[in-house]
Each structure stands twice: as C-alpha cells, then as structure tokens.
Design a protein around this ligand. Sequence first.
Ligand code: ATP
Length: 248
Amino acid sequence: MLEVKNLMVFYENAIAINNVNMTCKKGVITGAFGANSAGKSTLMYTISGIMLDIKKKEEMRGGERITVLGSINYDGADIINMKPSERAKKGIILCPERRRIFPESSALENLKIGGYLATKTQAKKTLEYVFTIFPSLKELQGREGGFLSGGEQQMLAIGRALMAQPKLLLLDEPLLGLSPRIEAILARTVKEINREIGITILITEQYARPIFPIIDYGYVLENGGAVLEGTAKELMENPDVKSAYFGL
Ligand code: ATP
C-alpha cells in the first residue's frame, strides 16, 4: 500500500530523515516510534505532502532550504511530488501532532469541516460512526473545540480525520500528553477503527508501551534513521528496545 524508499529530508544542511525505508501493508497498523526530534513529524509531513507546502512557504519568505529525496510509492505510483490536496483525495489523511483542531468552532463544526472530501451520504454515515466510537463527542458536539479536554480534543482530531474518508490514516503522536487511562481508551479505539473499517494506519509515538499492543509491525527511529524494524513481538523481545523504550 505504502512504500517509502531511501527517503531523505534536510532542513537546510541538517538531516531530519536519513535514508528511511518503510512499508505500510494494507489493512494493518504500522508503528514508528522514537524520542523527541527522532524525525516522526517530519516523516508524517513528508508522507502526507504537507512538507511540500512548508517548503514552498519557506522559499517564498526566503527562509531555510528544505530538500526531500527518495520515493514514496502509494498504490503503485510515486507520489513524492504530488500536492497534499491530491494525496488527501487519494485517501492519505494526516491527523497532526498536538491535534490542531479549530478552537472556536464547535465539535460538530470541526467534524463537518473534516468531511469536505466526503459525499453527503458518506459524511452522515461517518458522523454516526464517530459518535459510536466516541460517545462523549456526541454529548459534547455543541461545545467549542477549545473548551474540550485534551483527550476529547484528540478524539475530535481523529474523528475529523475519519470524516475525510481515509484509506491511509497517519496518526502523529495521538497519545501525546494524555493520562494512561485515556491513552489506553484511544489505543483501543484506534485498533477498533482499523478492524471495523479496514483502514491502513501509520501511527507514531514517543513511548512504545501504549501502542505496542495494537501495532502489527513497527519501526524504531533514531536521529532520522530507521534503526530497527520487526513485528511487535520481535521488537518487544529485542534487548535494545526493552531497555530504551520500556525501561526494562
Ligand atoms: P517531536 O516528538 O519532538 O515532535 P519528532 O520525532 O517529530 O520530534 P521532528 O519534529 O520530525 O521530530 O524533527 C526531526 C529533526 O528535524 C529535529 O532535529 C528537529 O530539530 C529538526 N527540525 C524539525 N523541523 C525543523 C525546521 N522547520 N527547521 C529546522 N529543523 C527542523
């Protein structure tokens, strides 16, 4: 479904993604984890194409030079130069780090905005589905996004991404800053979404523990490089992963 090959991303002369090769198989959950600055958000921006917008903006204001090299094959075509809006139409939808919901719009409006690519029928059906998996959003649909709790805002961000009818959903650190209880609820729901509607998911996280139970395959990012990969079981049994990511 998605094959990232020899991907390199430079911010000016600093390397943020260093020769990453990564595959996300159809219908499964792939995890990419790494510490702060490992390159998780850069990877997600590059796959979703937002990096091209950032690059253009930087060029227009005479800022830093961003270079992207390598290939990103999605459903048989190299999309590395494709605009983010075109990628979204093909089903590549990013749920960005730190949620980025619209704080002054109600939860319902936030969800409706997410549905701009959907037909009326799809939007209606997906809205019902979002309210089924996140019942608290149904109750709070009239509340302004900015007045929701961190966990509710993350549910809203995932719901909004679902409204865009993703085939490949990119979840960038969805558990960031949440309590262990909410982390567990969200991780379970991500698995449910994957199982029930068969969406392919790429999820990044800083800590392995909450997402390990739900991923099928994972990559460890360090200083922009993918230094380890394997099934969840293989990674969990790896002594380096145990000590660095589980504190064992
Ligand atoms: P975090 O968990 O802190 O969000 P991350 O794994 O998402 O980290 P990135 O944000 O992708 O990491 O950053 C990767 C590297 O690229 C870091 O060294 C970071 O300082 C650098 N970087 C990120 N954005 C820029 C930018 N706009 N200009 C220059 N360097 C950047």
